[in-house]
Every structure is written in structure tokens, then in C-alpha cells.
Ligand binder design. Structure first.
Ligand code: SF4
Length: 348
């Protein structure tokens, strides 16, 4: 859920600027404010079927094309007022922002947490203040953001770092990555979600290259080598592969979970969804290590079931993609809410 289109944070790499998302005008200044959003939300929250469904998930307040805590939020308070509406509805909430303004709503978030699970995450391209100033001109410095996360964690609310997108040849180097992950460890994050940058042809690439030209023009040639006009702005797969290997190598020495850990979602999701998420994550981790996996296929098959898994314990192997190993794993997840194999992969 998000309330703004366009973002005053104006991160140079933001893919919300791409024509794909059809945000009109100048991305960092012409902001569309969804002033009727709360009225619509109030109506939606009266639907019992919808409520039943979203109570078994985290409602995410974030925004790919506009941060929910960008400066305009001080005036419009749409995020704050939406939290007030959600307070009595027992809906798990995950807030994702790049802004320290979230601290304004901490009392409210704590109050929500007394009724239902809450996670607060912040995204970083690195924790380096100097680089951030160049590439995230409208965002509070990473050091300030880390302090706010630390404060939130002290109140007992789980926190996450979205270390994404890391900027090729600038924040994806071993030294900068190590520093960012070390900082995450220092504030005791519950998880890190990692990812590389996309660069779509058109406005996004043009805008990014203008800054790169003044920051370090010699890098332009490196960018041309890895971004080859892919429709979705993806870099070549060998770049992502080596980036992921570097991240895995560094992160494993710190033992921080590289996905939201089951302890934070097992009691929220339905049992089928719990199994789907864990199998899907195992699939992700194995493929990152260059291994073959049918766990994703099994997860997809389970997502199509109309019956809960505990009602079909005798016929789990009839599910496409589920062999003896996966069957054992599913039983473990159903009985314990997690899997020892998965927990090892999360931090190793
Ligand atoms: S905070 Fe997020 S949405 Fe806003 S400009 Fe930066 S990356 Fe884009």
C-alpha cells in the first residue's frame, strides 16, 4: 500500500522514474498525492473476507514509486492516518522506508504491535554517508537511518535491512558491502534482503548516467558492458551471479538471516503459505549456490491446492514436485513451523 506517486527522495537510481510505471512529470518534484486513499481504505477494511485474508499476511506499507515517509507525508499524514485505521484491525504490518520520519509514528507502531506482528525495514544502497549524498540526495543520511532503526529495535520491534539496490562498481565492492553488513550487524537487524540494481532504457538510465558522468565518468564503459538494453533493465546474469556470490560469502561470516526468518511469519501465514514460502526460499538459496532445485516447482504446485496440507498427510507425494525428501521437509514445517535445513541455509 502506498500513498504517493513520485518521490522527493529523488534517488538517482530509482527505477520508479522509468516510463514503465507511467509516473508523469518530474519524478522528484511532481508528486501525486492519493488524497482519497484513506476513504477507500476505510471501505476496504469493512469487508470481512478481505480482512480474513490480509490477517494471514503482512500488509506492506512501502512504495516502489514513492516512499510512504517522504517529506510530503509531514503535511498529508496519509501513512500515519492509515496506521490509525489499521490499529484496531489486527493486521500484521511491514513498513519499508528510507526516511527517519518513521520515528514520528513510533508510539503508534508500538501500539499496533501489542495487537499484531509488525516489522520495520529500511532500504540502503550502502551505509556510506558520502556515497549516499551523491546518489540519494533527498534521503536522510544512512548513519541517521541506522540510528532510527536501532531505536526501533530497542522497543522490541523486529527490524530489517533491505540492502538494495547496490550500485554497480560503487556500493557493490567487497569493502563497501562489508561495511554495510557490519553496520547491520551492529544494530542487530533480524534479516537482510539483498539485491542488485536494474537500469531501464529511457528516463531512468538517462538520469542515472548524468550523475555518473559527474561522479566518475570512467565507470560509464563498465555500465555499458553489464547493462545491455534488457527490457526489464536487468544487468547481464554473470554480473548478478558474481554479485550474489560476493554477498553470500560476506554475509555468511556474520550469520544474519538473508530472508525474513520463519519466527517472524510462521504464526502469521496459513499452513500452506508457510510451506510455500519456506520451499520457495530454499529454492532461491540453492539456485544462488548454482545448484539444481525442484523446491520452487513443489511450492508452485502447493499454491494451487484447495485443501490444507495437514488434511492430506497421506498423499503429500501425489503433489507434483514433492518427492520423499520434500515430503519429510513439509511434515517438519507443518509440525514445527520451520525446517532445520532451511534455518541453516538462511544464515550459512
Ligand atoms: S526512496 Fe525509494 S521510491 Fe523514493 S526515490 Fe528512493 S528508491 Fe525511489
Amino acid at each position: 500500500m502506498n500513498f504517493y506517486r513520485g518521490c522527493q527522495h529523488d534517488c538517482i537510481y530509482c527505477d520508479g522514474r522509468s516510463e514503465t510505471y507511467q509516473v508523469q512529470g518530474e519524478f522528484g518534484t511532481d508528486i501525486i498525492v492519493k488524497i482519497n486513499a484513506l476513504e477507500l481504505l476505510e471501505k476496504e477494511l469493512k469487508k470481512p473476507i478481505l480482512l480474513r485474508q490480509i490477517r494471514h499476511a503482512y500488509l506492506m506499507l512501502g512504495g516502489g514509486v514513492g516512499d510512504s515517509y517522504q517529506p510530503l507525508e509531514k503535511t498529508y499524514q496519509l501513512t500515519k492516518r492509515s496506521l490509525k485505521l489499521l490499529l484496531d484491525k489486527n493486521i500484521p504490518i511491514h513498513l519499508l522506508t528510507k526516511s527517519t520520519l518513521i520515528e514520528r509514528d513510533l508510539d503508534l507502531i508500538k501500539e499496533i504491535q501489542t495487537k499484531s506482528p509488525v516489522i520495520v525495514s529500511m532500504s540502503f544502497s550502502s551505509t556510506n554517508d558520502v556515497i549516499s549524498k551523491q546518489f540519494e540526495p533527498g534521503v536522510p543520511q544512512p548513519s541517521e537511518r541506522l540510528e532510527v532503526l536501532r531505536t526501533i529495535k530497542k522497543t522490541g520491534i523486529p527490524i530489517g535491512m533491505f540492502l538494495l539496490p547496490v550500485i554497480p562498481f560503487i556500493t557493490d565492492t567487497v569493502d563497501v558491502l562489508k561495511e554495510s553488513i557490519q553496520q547491520a550487524k551492529n544494530i542487530n537487524v533480524d534479516f537482510i534482503i539483498f539485491g542488485g540494481m536494474t537500469l531501464k532504457e529511457g528516463r531512468q538510465k538517462h538520469h542515472f548516467y548524468q550523475t555518473l558522468q559527474s561522479y566518475k565518468p570512467s565507470l560509464l564503459v563498465n555500465y555499458e558492458q553489464i547493462y545491455r538494453k534488457d527490457r526489464w533493465g536487468n544487468a547481464i546474469s554473470s554480473y548478478y551471479q558474481s554479485l550474489n556470490e560476493t554477498f553470500q560469502m560476506i554475509a555468511s561470516t556474520y550469520g544474519i538471516p538473508k530472508r525474513i526468518p520463519p519466527a517472524l511469519f510462521s504464526h502469521v501465514l496459513t499452513e500452506n503459505d508457510r510451506v510455500i514460502v519456506i520451499l520457495d526460499h530454499i529454492d532461491y538459496f540453492l539456485k544462488l549456490k548454482g545448484k539444481r532445485s525442484s523446491y520452487g516447482f513443489a511450492a508452485n504446485s502447493i499454491s494451487k491446492l484447495q485443501t490444507s496440507l495437514s488434511e492430506m498427510l497421506d498423499s503429500l507425494k501425489a503433489i507434483p514436485g514433492v518427492g520423499p525428501v520434500t515430503e519429510k521437509l513439509i511434515r517438519e514445517i507443518l509440525y514445527t513451523g520451520t525446517s532445520t535445513y532451511y534455518e541453516r541455509l538462511l544464515t550459512s
